[in-house]
Design a protein around this ligand. Structure first.
Ligand code: F6P
Length: 324
């Protein structure tokens, strides 16, 4: 297929570095004499025909911006065949030959279905702070989110130390503990609770006790939001009842983790993946996600990227256990 016009959208939760990826896709298209069409509000915008031809001005000075200039949404209508049919008609009306979709597993699930039904070649770029996508070492936004969490916990640590308190800090990661594990190591947390590991509460309390015996006066426990065995409020109550002398506080970092200017690592990753997406399409690839593994560009079929999961590195888990 001779690809001349490319549609570009961001979908699902925004992540820092998406703009850098948008810029890279646009600039690569320009360099190869392709036309790049922005689609606002993800798949919803595709259904509602929010499609425009991008110009150089659109991507000026956006590499350092968090969020996504194309806006994002989680589209319910795209779950329905009728919605996808409308989306296809809009692409046809604009003579768009192929799509680049930036997002997470929901985005790629939608893309897989759409391509199967209507045959529009699509390449994905992994953009989510959760880092829960198979086929790339890091997703766009993950490194920035880690640094945001680390800085926030450093600040919380000041109060924890001054008031000799125990803080439970909840971090994002819908089903994955990558943010919790890495930010926990980086901020010297005494415990890190993640969905991938089943915890023994007695062991958890005994570790807190050991810390207190060693003279530790402030404790930070990082809890991944996806941790299913307990919730942060119950955990705090339970801890208060076990250690009545501890002053326990809860801090839920929330959406601050999704915003902010992307780190250098995220900007470079996003730029490389933007180039890789267009190269892939021109090489005839489709229904795949561009990723970077061991510093090499790789393409992983959407079905694998969605279904498989990157395992947590056992050495990281050992490190967190030894250093807590
Ligand atoms: O997938 C990214 C993420 O930030 C998750 O970590 C979190 O569970 C979810 O999105 C929150 O989604 P929303 O912004 O729709 O509440």
């Amino acid at each position: 297929m001779n690809i001349k016009r490319i549609g570009l959208l961001t979908s699902g939760g925004d992540s820092p570095g998406m703009n850098a990826a948008i810029r890279a896709v646009f600039k690569t298209c320009s360099a190869y004499d392709l036309e790049c069409f922005g689609i606002r509000r993800g798949y919803q915008g595709l259904i509602e025909n929010e499609i425009f031809e991008m110009q150089a001005m659109d991507v000026k000075q956006i590499i350092q911006l968090g969020g996504t200039i194309l806006l994002s949404a989680r589209s319910k209508d795209f779950f329905d065949y009728e919605g996808r049919k409308r989306a296809f008609q809009n692409l046809k009306d604009h003579n768009i030959d192929a799509l680049v979709t930036i997002g997470g597993d929901g985005t790629f699930t939608g893309a897989t279905k759409f391509e199967k039904e209507f045959g529009v070649p699509t390449i994905g770029i992994p953009g989510t702070i959760d880092n829960d996508i198979f086929g790339t070492d890091n997703t766009i936004g993950y490194d920035t989110a880690l640094n945001t969490v680390m800085e926030a916990v450093d600040k919380i640590r000041d109060t924890a130390t001054s008031h000799e308190r125990l803080f439970f800090v909840e971090v994002m990661g819908r089903d994955a503990g990558f943010i919790a594990l890495n930010s926990g190591i980086a901020s010297g947390a005494i415990e890190i609770l993640i969905p991938e590991i089943k915890y023994d509460m007695e062991e958890f309390f005994s570790n807190l006790e050991k810390g207190a015996i060693k003279g530790k006066i402030s404790h930070i426990v990082i809890v991944a939001e996806g941790e299913k065995s307990t919730n942060i409020y119950d955990l705090a109550e339970l801890t208060k009842s076990r250690f009545p002398s501890y002053e326990v506080r809860i801090s839920i970092l929330g959406h601050m983790q999704r915003g902010g200017s992307p780190t250098c690592a995220d900007r470079v990753l996003a730029s490389r993946l933007g180039v890789a997406a267009i190269d892939g399409l021109l090489e005839g690839k489709s229904s795949v996600m561009a990723g970077i593994k061991a510093n090499q560009v790789v393409y992983t079929p959407f079905v694998e990227a969605i279904k498989k999961h990157n395992e947590l590195d056992p050495h990281l888990i050992k490190t967190s256990n030894l250093l807590a």
